[in-house]
Unconditional design. Sequence first.
Lengths: 332, 332
Amino acid sequence: MQTLRDIGEFGLIDRLERILPTSPLVVEGIGDDCAVLRFGDKQLLVSSDLFIENVHFRRDWASPIDIGWKAAAAALSDIAAMGGAPLFALTSLACPGDTPTSMIEGIYQGMASALSRFSAVIVGGDTTRVETGITLDVTVIGETVGSRCVTRHGAEAGDRIIVTGNCGASAAGLHSLQHRHAAPELQQSHFRPMPRISEGQWLCRRKGVRAMIDVSDGLLQDLGHIAAFSYLGINIMSESLPVAQALSRYCQDHGCDPHAYILNGGEDYELAFAVAANEADAILDAFHHEFRLKTTQVGIVTDKWLGVRVDAQPIDTAGFDHFKNALSAQGE
Amino acid sequence: MQTLRDIGEFGLIDRLERILPTSPLVVEGIGDDCAVLRFGDKQLLVSSDLFIENVHFRRDWASPIDIGWKAAAAALSDIAAMGGAPLFALTSLACPGDTPTSMIEGIYQGMASALSRFSAVIVGGDTTRVETGITLDVTVIGETVGSRCVTRHGAEAGDRIIVTGNCGASAAGLHSLQHRHAAPELQQSHFRPMPRISEGQWLCRRKGVRAMIDVSDGLLQDLGHIAAFSYLGINIMSESLPVAQALSRYCQDHGCDPHAYILNGGEDYELAFAVAANEADAILDAFHHEFRLKTTQVGIVTDKWLGVRVDAQPIDTAGFDHFKNALSAQGE
């Protein structure tokens, strides 16, 4: 009997996309970071993210505020990836009856803090009692800014692939927690990622930015979505990958490969986008001037193959797939 | 240390309502069936409902399509209670990797069936792997119809309290499953409740309908919300409670009290509303003509006390509170 482990998370999404009905009000449905929906004179952006104890977080590592912050940041980041503005959130919580009230209040304060940085508020949700483990599901509702949003499709051969900030820090932070290594800076990246809402909106207004995604499952897998949705290939140049000082030092001290974290580590919530080569320099110069945030060209879009390669070599895209991975993300 | 069991589900909601920030775009926030939100030239209605294995359903009793249907119906019913129209749904799913693909497809088909009866479609969500148990969270997004929606507040002393259809069948159906009694009609009510979307919209257009709620947690508890939000009392006349034939027969055969199911049983998803006494007859006549669905006056709004009484006697409101109940809803 075929199970979810056989077809994986993305196999399931593909299948659901085929069998489920849609509507003319749906501009972008199942499959992109957010759904884009016609509603009156505007367009809605909506996205949900599950955040589950011992899969996405551990109570002994993360504070209640950390847990809430990250649950909300993950959903906010989907809005950022479309270049939208978040407005509202619904937060569903399942937890055991003996959960301390102070812990739940901390989780809600963490969610509210992340949301309020971008002027979004919690407007409802659901609560229910379960035997074990805390489950959060955060739905963020936002709107498109200006006349368009940036999806995963639309990249063209020759486009440069750019990544904001640094990747891999969150995954290295998780490794340091699992192995009890001191790495406060990396752990901070793991616990308090900052969704790139303003940056996403700014990039969305530049026509040269043709496809965008947030790096939630690892650069290889997320760029794989841009390649697949655009029916093209992407070549990542490994020597160009940005290795932040904290990641470099941690990897030297503990014999790890920083590129593995950058390519396969998720939950950094940086933005990766394809930009027209002839407009890239002007756009990136203006971006640096606006945000004082570094960007790195990590690859190029090509029509020579389909999917993502590193240094033109086919790779086993080993990003995080919830159903295929044998180990829990937070397991040792 | 204070836990969620001490303060209960509604204690938690009260507390969150006090500590969480809000926004001028929020017309109705935490606490009502749906949030009502300003968005462009329209108003959004949004609501989330968790639906969890061994709390809300059992895999050995319900088919995958039943599970999906009821998860969606519960969220749709919140839209019905505001008199709105559903448009979109986000469905989050956590389940073990060894879950058969056919089961998950069945659950999604059940959700899509319930939604498509009211022209709503699934537009996204999230999926993740957990060790045990299926968790669904359904967020329904809809819109207000016409110029207003009906909330829980607004009842006035002297208003009649009306309930559509029959209550108690779903809870009696659950009892029959727990005790292996044959009761196909009641079990059908338990597995495939029908949200009262069209009825809710119709009632919402009548100004005499001043407050409304869906009966999801039991008549006592749900009318308790109308009483509390309206700062008034409600007197339920026990002799007027509608006892459907299937419920009456089941209770006779198995020595149960039908009034207990009607007052405390949840998940019927009928509508309960307060209607101005001088307009009630005309509204109810027209309602019957439109829907061929019976309504029953079960009580009256009073300013003589606060909260719900039965035959003017104070009662222990024993409706379902997820954190306070010692037993799981689906447990034996």
